[in-house]
Write a new protein. Structure first.
Length: 367
């Protein structure tokens, strides 16, 4: 859940955790709950795995920080120089042992405990260590109770991603029917934007995986597996679309090419239509007839193959091969996308009597 002001679940959870940390410290009659609140902010991570990793690292760092701070407070009476030297040593050790996410809390621990007055020293140190543990416990507990839900956001991103891909695909295919092609710089800019969005979607996928536990339902893990394959398919198909557009720009435009250009365009739009239907099936569960799709595609392929062979016979150069390359790359997009339905069928335990996804991938690799 994300609002237009960036008020997501993590923001609200962090605010509640801060309030709960201060309340807990008040109930325990601790003089100041700031350390608990700061620790809580660090412990509330965007993923459950991140939160559990954080508490482990924070416990290690806190143990070391408390030891340093006690030495500074007891033997150097909170000397600023001793605190500064301890801070440098603490940072170096955190970097050396890959505890970089614990540096801030470690420094806060050294500063606050390091300046503990010698009077009632044991009580004061005990309270401050307790506040750190309270903060960690509250942060992790809230992440366990209100677990980060990234799956819905992930599916929304995949839908946006495939919509933008399909729009770029449509614009590239339309270049077969117009004299002015998409500007090279504009095309490059749109491709880069899509690649960035693919990476962003992969980051959300990682957060979704890191928010799962071993006892989570199998269908959730299956959905995430399918999501990963879907993202990878879009990434692969984007590179194929770049090749398709390159061939469209280079393909010859002659008196005899109007017919083949029209048929290639129709073939590309047929694949786009099927691409949309497959993703609606994957994302929204809409029914799709695979046999009908493949029958239509096969007929188009046979027609195009015959036309291109005839075109090659009538020309004394190999420029018509660009049309061939367009259809080959488009066919790869089709099979890469169609493979997702195979995975979905396997997850649902359905047997369509068609190729298994391993066979489809083998077919795709041989194209």
């Amino acid at each position: 859940m994300h609002h237009k002001w960036g008020m997501g679940m993590r923001t609200l959870k962090t605010a509640f955790a801060i309030w709960l940390a201060f309340l807990t410290c008040d109930l325990l009659d601790y003089p100041n709950g700031a350390l608990a609140a700061i620790t809580t902010i660090v412990a509330v991570q965007p993923s459950l795995k991140g939160s559990l990793t954080t508490i482990k690292n924070q416990l290690i760092a806190t143990s070391f920080g408390c030891t340093l701070a006690v030495i500074v407070a007891y033997y150097f009476q909170g000397s600023y120089t001793a605190i500064a030297i301890s801070a440098v040593l603490a940072i170096a050790i955190c970097v050396r042992f890959n505890l970089k996410d614990s540096i801030i809390l470690l420094l806060v621990t050294i500063i606050l405990i390091g300046q503990t007055p010698v009077d009632n020293f044991n009580l004061a140190v005990g309270q401050r260590v307790s506040m750190i543990l309270i903060g960690l416990l509250i942060g992790v507990s809230l992440n366990l109770i209100f677990r980060p839900r990234h799956k819905t956001r992930l599916m929304e991103h995949i839908d946006e991603l495939r919509t933008e891909f399909e729009q770029l695909y449509r614009d590239c295919a339309s270049d077969l029917q117009r004299e002015e092609h998409i500007d090279k710089a504009v095309m490059q800019e749109r491709v880069i934007a899509l690649r960035d969005k693919i990476q962003e979607t992969r980051n959300i996928y990682k957060l979704s995986v890191d928010s799962q536990l071993d006892y989570d339902e199998k269908n959730t893990k299956d959905e995430l597996y399918l999501a990963r394959r879907t993202i990878n398919a879009l990434a692969s198909n984007l590179e194929r679309l770049v090749e398709i557009h390159r061939s469209i720009v280079l393909a010859p435009e002659t008196e005899n090419s109007d017919n083949i250009r029209q048929h290639v365009y129709q073939y590309l739009m047929e694949i786009l239509y099927n691409h949309q239907r497959i993703y609606e099936y994957i994302l929204f569960g809409k029914s799709v007839s695979e046999e009908e799709m493949m029958r239509t595609i096969d007929c188009r392929e046979i027609q195009l193959e015959n036309e291109m062979m005839q075109m090659l016979k009538n020309m004394d150069n190999l420029l018509p091969l660009h049309y061939w390359n367009i259809t080959v790359e488009a066919e790869r997009i089709m099979y890469k996308t169609w493979n997702l339905t195979r995975i979905q069928h396997e997850i649902l335990g359905e047997d369509t009597g068609l190729h298994g996804h391993d066979e489809i991938e083998e077919m795709y690799r041989l194209q």
